[in-house]
Design a binder for this molecule. Structure first.
Ligand SMILES: C[S@@+](CC[C@H](N)C(=O)[O-])C[C@H]1O[C@@H](n2cnc3c(N)ncnc32)[C@H](O)[C@@H]1O
Length: 310
């Protein structure tokens, strides 16, 4: 398993006291290893087809463990963007430890919004892990990502379990925590962030030209196993992993189209192949949903809410 093969990232987080996470709920080494292994399977191993030779942009790259994972899954180059220098230093130590060729990676220190506004990136795959709930500037983020025109993007994020399209306002409990959202030019002391619901995430992605190809089937992966440490959020549906592709890139490449997801539908499960469960069978749908489903198929848009009561 990935974390067992490359334990240095976890060792560094455990061994270096000045870098230790202040939060009381910080993950211990066992939990980190389990989380890293499970996430590797969901985020990388099951998406191997898009990493081969890819140029990858890893937003909020933290200590570089998932940038490194991208390289080990076949990426040709990875650029990590991280606001905290201590984390970039830690990434550098781990990359040096494993003898990773310097020409295959680059870490940029800075706020994601500033970096995306000032730098040009030539990328095939964007990793947006653990950031969609660290900002309230979702439209700006999506605008920048759209302009990057990556072939694929994988989003891994905490979500609210609200079936409506909502963004829940949350105050970061501790901005000095190395896992937290960083203050930006518009923060006055406290840092406020918005956590999306699954429907809000779907809409954000689609509105900026990303088609959802699949959502990782965490429930299926964890079913029938004793509780797996470090991935409780996924098991409880409080965190999702979504693979999407640029509509433009798909059209240019002549890829088969992906049916849009009806509002409020569960995501297409993704277990590693291209196996998707599209919409529920028509017999289970009421007349409103059937009309909406047809409209969505024909127009590519969902024109109104399903019949679910407000
Ligand atoms: C929850 S961690 C996610 C780390 C990693 N991507 C993952 O999924 O495990 C969030 C990371 O984002 C970084 N971060 C937060 N706000 C940022 C910003 N505006 N620009 C760049 N990095 C940021 C934090 O320093 C932290 O390393």
């Amino acid at each position: 398993m990935f974390a067992d093969e490359y334990p240095r990232f976890i060792e560094l987080s455990e061994l270096t006291p000045e870098w230790q996470d202040r939060r009381k709920d910080r993950r211990d080494a066992v939990e980190q290893r389990s989380r890293m292994n499970e996430r590797y399977e969901a985020l990388f191993a099951s998406n191997r087809d898009i990493f081969d030779g890819a140029r990858v942009l890893d937003l909020a790259s933290h200590d570089g463990r998932y940038s490194f994972a991208a390289l080990k899954t076949g990426a040709a180059h990875v650029t990590g963007v991280e606001v905290r220098q201590t984390l970039i230093d830690r990434a550098q130590l781990a990359f040096d430890f494993y003898g990773q060729e310097p020409e295959t990676y680059r870490f940029v220190r800075g706020d994601i919004f500033e970096v995306l506004a000032r730098e040009k990136f030539d990328v095939d795959v964007v990793l947006c892990f653990g950031f969609m709930y660290h900002t309230y500037r979702h439209t700006e983020l999506m605008y920048r990502l759209r302009n990057l025109a990556p072939r694929h993007m994988i989003v891994d994020t905490m979500v609210t379990r609200d079936p409506e399209r909502t963004l829940k306002l949350i105050r970061e409990p501790d901005v000095d925590d190395i896992r937290s959202a960083a203050p930006d030019a518009y923060s006055v002391g406290r840092v406020l962030v918005l956590r999306p619901s699954v429907s809000a995430l779907q809409l954000l992605l689609r509105a900026y030209g990303f088609e959802i190809e699949s959502t990782y089937d965490w429930k299926g992966r964890l079913a029938g196993r004793p509780p797996v440490p470090g991935v409780e959020g996924y098991a409880a549906g409080k965190r999702v992993t979504v693979r999407c592709r640029s509509r433009e890139a798909a059209e240019a490449a002549g890829w088969e189209s992906v049916a849009p997801l009806p509002i409020g539908s569960g995501p297409r499960p993704h277990t590693g192949g291209s196996e998707w469960t599209a919409t529920p069978p028509p017999t289970q749908l009421g007349w409103r949903e059937r009309v909406n489903q047809t409209l969505a198929k024909v127009t590519g848009y969902e024109l109104r809410r399903t019949s679910r009561k407000r």
